[in-house]
Ligand binder design. Structure first.
Ligand code: 5RP
Length: 219
């Protein structure tokens, strides 16, 4: 299977886990887009979707799927999203599409996080993919210095502003042996809105596209 075929296969596999009669959380990116396109086929079975980005909201609406404000609901049974890197412990790097803050908020609310990726995303150690950090624009230089002090090499994502009006710094050169610890450390740096480590709230299930089909890895 090609990478795109694997993305489509995990999107189809995730549809089987969509709860009937509920609102679900929907992620951002090319794999999430495959999922949205599959979700459109069963849209009458759900009560709507919470979007993790403006782009996802637009795609959901284009399929006639109701987009629900997260503040209008008390709980969310499931969140389905891709990742840039994921380990067998289901720790992730996310934010390649710049939607990490809303993704982390929806993931925090959801009872279950189902990650859908092709096999290229599965790694032993996180960090080969540059770690995205969303930061307040006026804190850019300060945050960059703090990250350099931690051993990372920050690069401003050129020409990119998040849905929340902030910048992204992509951190190169990290070998993230303890993702929970680094996520906690980065959470303490003033001016960082969100870091792209999803380790404190990891995925619960990974649907991994492989050459042989969809592998299920659960925590
Ligand atoms: C967006 C994300 C995406 O989940 C991540 O970038 C994966 O995208 P794709 O499915 O296109 O590989 O975190 O902010």
């Amino acid at each position: 299977m090609t990478q795109d075929e694997q993305k489509k296969a995990v999107a189809i596999a995730a549809i089987e886990r969509v709860p009937v009669g509920r609102v679900i959380g929907v992620g951002t990116g090319s794999t999430a887009n495959y999922f949205i396109d599959e979700l459109a086929k069963i849209k009458h079975k759900i009560d709507g979707a919470v979007a993790s980005s403006d782009a996802t909201a637009k795609r959901l609406k284009s399929h006639g799927i109701d987009v629900i404000d997260l503040n209008e609901i008390d709980d969310l049974s499931v969140y389905i999203d891709g990742a840039d890197e994921i380990t067998r412990h289901l720790h992730m790097i996310k934010g390649g599409g710049g939607a990490l803050t809303r993704e982390k908020i929806v993931a925090a609310v959801a009872k279950q996080f189902i990650c859908i990726t092709d096999q290229t995303k599965l790694v032993n150690v996180l960090g080969n993919f540059p770690l995205p950090i969303e930061a307040i624009p006026m804190a850019r230089s300060y945050v960059a210095r703090e990250i350099a002090a931690l051993g990372g090499q920050p690069a401003l994502r050129q020409g990119f502003i998040t849905d929340n009006g902030n910048i992204i710094l992509d951190i190169h050169g990290l070998q993230i042996l303890n993702p929970v610890e680094l996520e906690t450390t980065l959470n303490q740096i003033t001016g960082i809105v969100t870091n792209g480590l999803f380790a404190r709230r990891a995925a619960d299930i990974l649907l991994l596209g492989t050459d042989k089909g969809v592998e299920i890895i659960a925590n």
